[in-house]
Design a protein around this ligand. Structure first.
Ligand SMILES: [Zn+2]
Length: 114
């Protein structure tokens, strides 16, 4: 399918973002092969998008306030969870001591009764 430079210019956005249908991709590809002007336009557009993406990543990395908040929050959650686990372990060991005491006493009195 033959398309004009105007169509390619319109489609360069969907084409670069990989959201174009297969036919569109093929048509734009074919046109880019034969038209240096549109190729230049496409390369420029792609470069812009890539640098925009890099900027976004950069911004995310450069917001320590947000990251610190997230880290603090997850640390709080973690320490809460650890505390709960420790309490459960304490209860379990107390319970184990009580159970073995009962078993010991039962055994003692049982032997005594015999
Ligand atoms: Zn063209």
């Amino acid at each position: 399918m033959e398309i004009t430079c105007d169509i390619v210019t319109d489609l360069v956005d969907v084409y670069t973002n990989n959201v174009a249908s297969e036919d569109t991709v093929n048509a734009v590809k074919e046109h880019l092969k034969t038209c240096p002007e549109c190729r230049r336009h496409y390369e420029e557009y792609k470069r812009n998008i890539e640098s925009e993406r890099k900027n976004k990543v950069f911004v995310t990395e450069k917001s320590p306030g947000l990251n610190e908040e997230i880290i603090l929050e997850s640390m709080n959650k973690l320490s809460k969870r650890l505390k709960t686990r420790r309490t459960i372990r304490n209860i379990t060991s107390v319970f184990a001591v009580v159970v073995s005491l009962v078993v010991l006493l039962k055994g003692f009195f049982g032997e005594d009764r015999d």
